[in-house]
Design a protein around this ligand. Structure first.
Ligand code: ATP
Ligand code: MG
Length: 398
């Protein structure tokens, strides 16, 4: 039997933008994701992407798992292709899906006929194939409303495709079709989820992480690398920029009112992120901030942070509860790594009573008292390390 993976397009249109552009972007991504799994022929016809293995021994489970995490596909299925001939369709359906029909009580056949030259109509094909399968499994009955299993036949240009129920895909838009952004990645639960959410809307990503050794450890940095690695099955391969942030951070601690420390530090981080983003052609910054989760995430604090630099800051989690964020974090398999206890530069030097409603005027005034900060930030940006995150590398962190 000749098994193929089929990917069904989701929301791929955007007013004024070319559908072909989305399709070729998605095709390129699928090629890239399957490259290390095996040799596949990949093409798109009738709004469906076909991935046909071209060599023996390909791990189709792995290929299917990879494809089902690609943004832009609303649904995916594994099917077999056979000749567009009724008897062959019956035999193939039984051979491929017979096992799934054992041990259940109700099923239905769905047929779609894109190739109108096929001699049977869709209702005829449903009825006849249904009767054939009932003959093979006499304990079964047809339930058109709530069947336990669906046998789907699609008569397309290149052959008859037979499969079980489609599996929901990730939806969203192909990564890269909405531009590029720089995600601020801590070691926490929120920021990998933020990366996932924005990649889903078609943003290509790099990550930036601020490290303050010796206050933060090498292990903490490796944990962040592992998180970038885990999310790369959704975002694709990317860069992780690690900023040596110790000196600017100590300088702020030593020269600013303690209660304004956190907001001043976050503004400083945004300015450095802005430098790296522009170098990388990123048009926005992303954070995992969620309204009122901590003192730096109040509306007033966000106003002060936003005013530090000129790129838009995207905050996809702003209206999400922690439980919802955790749900997504489990879905993308970052939760268990995120909760490993390592220090983050955002939680060192934090004052016991940060100001919850800082005014921009007092923030600017505090910054005016720190004449050397800009040079320290420029130096940190200059000394930033770039780590390449490749999707196929194994995550080796526990
Ligand atoms: P997270 O779970 O993502 O760590 P958090 O709830 O702990 O978030 P904060 O520590 O206030 O909240 O951080 C808010 C956001 O700032 C993070 O989601 C992340 O985008 C960014 N951030 C925090 N620390 C760092 C860091 N060390 N490097 C880069 N970005 C950071
Ligand atoms: Mg954090």
């Amino acid at each position: 039997m000749h098994e193929v993976i089929m990917g069904y397009q989701g929301e791929m249109s955007l007013k004024g933008l070319n559908r072909n552009q989305f399709e070729s972007a998605l095709m390129k991504i699928l090629r890239y994701r399957l490259k290390t799994v095996g040799q596949f022929k990949i093409y798109c016809a009738q709004s469906t992407f076909y991935m046909e293995p071209e060599e023996e021994g390909i791990d189709m489970d792995l290929a299917f798992e990879r494809v089902s995490k690609v943004f832009g596909l609303a649904a995916v299925s594994r099917s077999v292709v056979c000749e567009k001939d009724f008897d062959t369709i019956c035999r193939t359906a039984e051979e491929y899906l017979g096992e799934s029909l054992r041990g259940i009580r109700t099923f239905k056949v769905e047929a779609r006929r894109a190739d109108k030259t096929f001699p049977m109509t869709s209702p005829e094909l449903m009825r006849e194939l249904g009767a054939y399968l009932l003959g093979k499994h006499n304990y079964l009955r047809v339930d058109v409303r709530q069947p336990q299993f669906k046998v789907i036949v699609e008569i397309r240009d290149h052959g008859a495709y037979i499969h079980g129920p489609k599996v929901p895909g990730e939806g969203g838009l192909p990564v890269g079709t909405s531009g590029r952004a720089l995600n601020m990645l801590s070691g926490g639960i929120d920021s990998p989820v933020a990366a996932y959410r924005m990649a889903k809307r078609g943003l290509g990503l790099d990550h930036i992480h601020f490290a303050s050794p010796p206050y933060t450890s090498e292990r903490a940095k490796l944990k962040v690398k592992a998180l970038a690695q885990l999310t790369s099955v959704y975002t694709g391969s990317c860069n992780l920029f690690v900023v040596p942030y110790t000196r600017p951070q100590e300088y702020i601690r030593d020269n600013a009112p303690a209660m304004l420390f956190t907001v001043l530090m976050r503004r400083s981080m945004m300015r450095i992120a802005n430098i790296i983003a522009k170098k990388q052609g990123c048009e926005a910054l992303i954070t995992g901030e969620s309204l009122a989760q901590v003192a730096s995430q109040t509306v007033k604090a966000i106003q002060c942070t936003d005013a530090a630099q000129d790129l838009p800051i995207l905050r996809p989690l702003i209206g999400m509860d922690k439980t919802e964020i955790i749900e997504t974090s489990r879905h993308i398999n970052t939760f268990e790594t995120s909760i490993l206890p390592y220090e983050d530069c955002c939680t060192i030097f934090t004052p016991p009573h940060p100001k919850i409603r800082p005014e921009l005027a007092e923030i600017l005034e505090a910054e005016a008292q720190m004449p050397e900060l800009a040079a320290l930030e420029a130096e940190a940006a200059q000394q930033t390390e770039r780590i390449r995150i490749r999707m196929d590398d194994v995550v080796d962190f526990e």
